[in-house]
Write a protein of this length. Structure first.
Length: 268
């Protein structure tokens, strides 16, 4: 069911879900002022172990005045490094490919793709390290889905392991759209809003640790259906497929704009 601007014409259950979401986002907006300028980012990896797996592709979009003004995608060619065990790397890619395809999901960063189109990983990582440092200086928001639990962990590990830079994301830099979507569905007993003095990183860790039946927040399933993200992306002239880093980053832009809209709805 898609969240809509008006509850007129919905059945009772749909009205309750829509009204609860509106109310939560309105209250959340008192803790977090939705920015007009931000960057959405997504990474695709060879697996889930940030110390042994590799970032294979990174996509981001730059948003100014709520509109995308830049979109980029980088594939990383790890085959050029003597220190990388290529047989293990290929195994990890094949394992992830099989897992994703078994779940009906696309896989877009094969070994062949990375070696043919990939760039020097340290160059790409340094560019993103510079971007993040400059964003922190401007107090600009970075949007990522399960960002604190996954993307940021991979970036921090790669910055240290490959650049020898012990970079840590500032505690209020990342708007985790997945955690926010999850929190908007929780009961009041779960304290689903940031507590006094709680930063976005700690809030995300607290909410992320909760396991609640019926609460869904996956980007390629729940959020896509809930907000009609695929249609919005295509209507805006963007092409791509789920689990392509830049395409998912574009979807995050439309998701945070839906979250912003929910925070501003006026009751019927």
């Amino acid at each position: 069911m898609k969240i809509v601007g008006s509850v007129k014409g919905l059945n009772l259950q749909q009205k309750l879900v829509a009204l609860m979401a509106r109310h939560w986002f309105k209250e959340f907006a008192e803790h977090f002022a939705f920015p007009a300028n931000y960057v959405c980012i997504d990474v695709e990896t060879s697996g889930f172990d940030r110390e042994r797996d590799f970032i294979c592709s990174i996509g981001h979009v730059v948003v100014r005045d709520n509109k995308i003004v830049e979109s980029k995608e980088h594939y990383l060619n790890w085959a050029q490094y003597d220190g990388v065990d290529l047989e293990d790397f290929k195994y990890r890619l094949d394992r992830t490919k099989n897992s994703m395809e078994a779940a009906g999901k696309g896989f877009h960063h094969s070994y062949e793709k990375l070696t043919e189109d990939g760039e020097a990983p340290t160059t790409v990582l340094m560019d993103y390290l510079t971007m993040f440092e400059e964003m922190e200086e401007r107090d600009e928001v970075l949007v990522a889905h399960n960002g604190w639990g996954f993307d940021m962990q991979f970036f921090q590990a790669h910055f240290y392991n490959w650049l020898r830079v012990p970079f840590k994301f500032s505690t209020d830099l990342v708007y985790d759209s997945g955690i926010i979507e999850k929190a908007s569905q929780l009961d009041l007993a779960d304290n689903p809003l940031p507590k006094a003095g709680e930063n976005l990183m700690d809030f995300s860790a607290r909410v992320g640790a909760m396991r609640r039946k019926g609460v869904k927040w996956a980007l390629d399933g729940h959020c896509e259906d809930q907000y009609g993200l695929t249609e919005k992306v295509r209507n805006a002239g963007h092409e791509g497929a789920d689990h392509q880093a830049m395409y998912d980053a574009i979807k995050l832009h439309f998701l945070i704009e839906e979250h912003r809209a929910l925070s501003k709805y006026v009751d019927d």
